[in-house]
Design a protein around this ligand. Sequence first.
Ligand code: SF4
Length: 189
Amino acid sequence: MGEIDCARCAGAACTTEDIETTPQLCPRRVTAGAIAEAEEIRSADAEVKRWAEVAADVEQTGYRKWPRVQELIEFCQRLDIEKIGIAFCVGLREETQALVKILESHGFSVETVVCTVNGGCNPVGQALALNELQTQLNVIMGLCIGHDILFQQFSEAPVTTLVVKDRVTCHNPIGPIINRYWRGTLVKD
Ligand code: SF4
């Protein structure tokens, strides 16, 4: 068990003023300094505030109406993002082409870089190429686990993931988590 555990809390005390009523494993108790610092950042950093407001607006406006790809478009439009980078897996080239067509039809300038740039799995190369082109937001299309992490580490622009690669589930990694037959095979006794 970890030191904080929101996952197994009902969340009823999330916004209470009385901190004593929160569970013992509440991050508001255990990591109180971090939570206070986050509040300062949220109120003092205009860019963070703007991105958070836009995220909330997209969520509310498109709630249960917009698929994620449309949310991406709406989000970028509201933030005046014009140049989008896509770091894609060579196995999703066709899907990436379809995404580029969609994004370009909405007026975005799109830079794409494949995972095998320069001959092999090269997430650092993908990030540095997009850094050099000064993309404003980078989108991951199906990078392998680990490669996606490295890409995010080296990307200067903020990163969002549109497609999480999962070769077994048609890129739907929540499948084995919510399906009890699969889940049963994954929980270690
Ligand atoms: S922040 Fe505290 S009250 Fe809210 S879900 Fe986490 S543990 Fe529960």
